[in-house]
Design a protein. Structure first.
Length: 172
């Protein structure tokens, strides 16, 4: 029986290029931690039809996204993209801290690392960018569009017009 953990872990491992290898970089426990943390933030960022409750300590999501026909697959997809983005951001932070200049006194060698720029490109065009783009499209396609229509709709007043002399404080 498929669970949100097994489904999303397999998808995340594939996105991180950590699937099908004899030795994996991320343990199943680490991937589950990433996924439940990503899931915790999703209800604040994405307007799902279903009200999901995420318990980080117990690693549970209720209702189970696998059983939700309305937006369960969307929830899992967003959760995996968010988790992949979190991994890329962590890798970028680590690379940025380690990136620098290496100099030797022997036969004079001066090296600079350009590894960070490639990770930055991944952040700008990889899972993080995909997550943001899909989040905007999803939100504006569902509740977000209704909210936007309400905010952008023309103002309709009852009887007030600016040209009328309707000064209610005239007698003071």
């Amino acid at each position: 029986m498929a669970t949100w953990q097994s489904t999303s872990e397999f998808m995340l491992r594939t996105m991180l290029n950590d699937a099908g290898c004899s030795s994996t970089t991320y343990s199943p426990e680490r991937l589950e931690q990433l996924l439940i943390t990503a899931a915790y933030f999703l209800p604040n960022e994405v307007n799902f039809n279903t009200a999901y409750t995420i318990n980080v300590e117990a690693s549970t999501i209720s209702p189970n996204p696998i059983n939700e026909t309305d937006d369960g697959t969307d929830f899992i997809s967003f959760m995996v993209l968010k988790a992949a983005c979190m991994v890329d951001e962590g890798n970028f932070r680590s690379a940025a801290l380690l990136q620098g200049v290496k100099a030797r006194c022997g036969p004079a060698v001066l090296e600079t690392s350009s590894h960070g720029q490639y990770l930055m490109s991944l952040l700008l065009h990889g899972p993080c960018k995909t997550f943001l783009t899909l989040k905007e499209e999803y939100n504006f396609g569902y509740d977000g569009s209704r909210i936007l229509r309400a905010v952008m709709s023309p103002f309709v007043s009852n009887t007030f017009t600016p040209n009328q002399n309707n000064n209610i404080h005239r007698g003071r």
